[in-house]
Structure formats: structure tokens, C-alpha cells
Write a protein that binds this ligand. Structure first.
Ligand SMILES: [Zn+2]
Length: 327
């Protein structure tokens, strides 16, 4: 072989190596871009879902509106994934979400897929589990925890139930986990996490059979969830969505896998109240002296006592910013 031919051969070889390398890089870049896009889509769907998750938000009265939350989540997800209005693609997208978790103050719900048969035809539906309490048993005591200090204890040996702030029950159960604040908190958090994990695992496994009927052979599993994320789910009412096995493109074996989390009132950390004074409506920060530190006072002034989470909402009610608290 002539030297020039050899050089040409090298050139061609090198070119093809670079081309393959380049294609891989392009593919990776495409996947990275898609990943960012999907992350955004999923996060904004969660945000849309939790907007109305907590319907009545006062210390005494909290109603979870999980049906509305899930509907809003899916509507937003369909729109963000560009499948809205296409029933088949919407249903298919749903199949990549094995479970949705909603935590309440004293237990949790799981939204899961279920198959049922009508006229020998298998249909798939999604439904909510019953509320599953944050319960934990040790020795003769069964604890039902909450996201706060309030607990219920069932004493098996005495067949009696006690409830209240755990500090107030310390003396009655001196040899229990109540005796030490740190131990109580650790046991409470671990009990909540393991109860949720156990149930999620169960429903995710069940989902594998159902997804298979959609032609999805992906093996769904309970991902490792960061401790900090678990703690966030325990800080407040929250929603956690597991999204798995979504192919980046038809030819790719790479799949998009992520869990996303949103706290209902973390997003709503700013709360405004509207009052009516001299025929004008004003909106206030929750610590404004015009409210006298009493939110129900706002109810007396405008007859609703509704809490608002954005200034825009207040403006839509025709309210002006209060000159005193300057929200
Ligand atoms: Zn004010």
C-alpha cells in the first residue's frame, strides 16, 4: 500500500470514529435536554396539583382535596408532555406513574392503578387507597402518629385509648418512647417512612402487571428517596409522584425516571387575608395589626375569612394592599 493510501485509510477510519463519537455526544445532549424538559414538565404539574390540595387551611379544619389535586396534576402533565386531548396517549402517559402519594397530617393516601373485568374485557382504572394511618406497635402499645406532637395510643393490655400531645402522656407511659424527645422523634419519623414505603412498594409491584397490559415491560420499583425529601413530606401535607420507564425516544433504551415532590403549604407560605373597611377591600399579611392577630377577625370584616396565597388573587377580589403592613 502506498503511503498516501494508508494516510487516506487512517483519515477515513478516524472520521468514522469521530462520527460515531459525535453521534453519541449528540444523543446524550438530546437526552440531557429532554431530561431538563421532562423535569420542568413534572415539577410544574406537581405545582399545579398542590395549588388546591388543601381546601380549608386553618389549624382546626383541614380538608384535603386530593381528587382535584390529581386531576390538576394530570391535566398539567398532559399539556406539558404535549398529549392533551389525545385520550390514548393520555392513558399511556398515566401508565408511567405507578403511584401518587398524598400525605395528610395523620396518615396518607396512595393513588394506584387497578384492573377490573367487564364482559371479559379488562379495564384499567385508578383509585385512592383508604387513609392509611401512621401507626406503629411496640410492646403493648400501638401508636398512631401525626405530622406534629399529637398522638393516639392504644394500650392493648388495658384495652384503652389515650390521645393528646405526647408530652402530656409521658407520665402515663414512662417506659415508652415518649420518655425521650429525641427517641420519640426518631421512632415517629422512621415509622412514618417505613409505613409509606411498605404500601408504596405493594402498589408499585401491582402496577407492573397493569403496565404490562399497556405493552410496557418496564419493571417499576420503589426508588431510593432522599432522607431530606422524606422529611419534607413529613413537614406538611404533600404530594409525591413516581414517574418511571418513560422512553426518551422510540429507539432508545434509556428511560426517564424521577420522583417529584411538592408541599401544599410550603408553596403557600405567604398567606394574605382580605378585610373590608369603609367600603374598600384591603389585603394584609397574616401578622397585620388590622387583623388583631386573629384571622377569624378577617372573616368578620369581609364575611369569608378565606386565606389567599398570592397578591394576584387578592387583586382579583378587588382588594388593595394595606398601607399599614405593606404586603
Ligand atoms: Zn394590613
Amino acid at each position: 500500500m502506498k503511503l498516501t493510501n494508508l494516510a487516506l485509510l487512517f483519515f477515513i477510519l478516524e472520521l468514522s470514529v469521530f462520527t460515531i463519537f459525535d453521534m453519541r455526544i449528540n444523543n446524550l445532549t438530546a437526552i440531557t435536554n429532554k431530561k431538563i424538559e421532562y423535569n420542568k414538565a413534572l415539577d410544574s404539574a406537581i405545582d399545579d396539583g398542590i395549588v388546591d390540595l388543601v381546601e380549608v387551611d386553618s389549624k382546626r379544619d383541614l380538608i384535603l382535596n386530593k381528587e382535584i389535586a390529581v386531576n390538576q396534576f394530570y391535566e398539567s402533565l398532559y399539556a406539558n408532555f404535549g398529549v392533551i386531548g389525545n385520550g390514548i396517549l393520555e392513558e399511556r402517559l398515566k401508565a408511567y406513574i405507578p403511584v401518587i402519594l398524598v400525605t395528610d397530617t395523620d396518615g396518607f393516601y396512595i393513588y394506584y392503578s387497578d384492573a377490573y373485568e367487564v364482559n371479559k374485557e379488562v379495564l384499567i382504572t385508578q383509585r385512592w387507597s383508604e387513609k392509611i394511618p401512621f401507626s406503629y406497635g411496640e410492646n403493648n402499645l400501638v401508636y398512631s402518629f401525626t405530622l406534629g406532637n399529637y398522638i393516639t395510643i392504644y394500650d392493648k393490655s388495658a384495652a384503652s385509648v389515650y390521645e393528646g400531645d405526647y408530652h402530656d402522656l409521658k407520665n402515663r407511659f414512662p417506659d415508652s418512647i415518649l420518655a425521650d424527645d429525641e427517641i420519640f422523634d426518631t421512632v415517629r419519623r422512621n415509622a412514618i417512612i417505613s409505613k409509606i414505603e411498605e404500601k408504596m412498594n405493594f402498589y408499585i409491584n401491582q402496577h407492573n402487571d397493569i403496565a404490562y397490559q399497556f405493552g410496557i415491560t418496564y419493571q417499576f420499583w420503589l426508588p431510593q428517596i432522599d432522607k431530606t425529601d422524606w422529611y419534607r413530606t413529613m413537614d406538611d401535607v404533600s404530594m409525591l409522584v413516581i414517574f418511571q420507564g418513560y422512553p426518551y425516544n422510540a429507539a432508545s433504551l434509556d428511560t426517564y425516571n424521577r420522583y417529584a415532590l411538592g408541599g401544599a403549604r410550603i408553596k403557600k407560605s405567604k398567606v394574605y387575608y382580605i378585610t373590608a373597611e369603609n367600603g374598600l377591600k384591603y389585603y394584609h399579611k397574616d401578622n397585620c395589626r388590622h387583623l388583631n392577630g386573629d384571622y377569624s377577625n378577617a372573616a368578620n370584616l369581609n364575611g369569608t375569612g378565606v386565606s389567599y396565597y398570592t397578591k394576584e388573587e387578592c387583586a382579583l377580589e378587588g382588594a388593595f394592599p394595606c398601607p399599614a403592613c405593606n404586603p
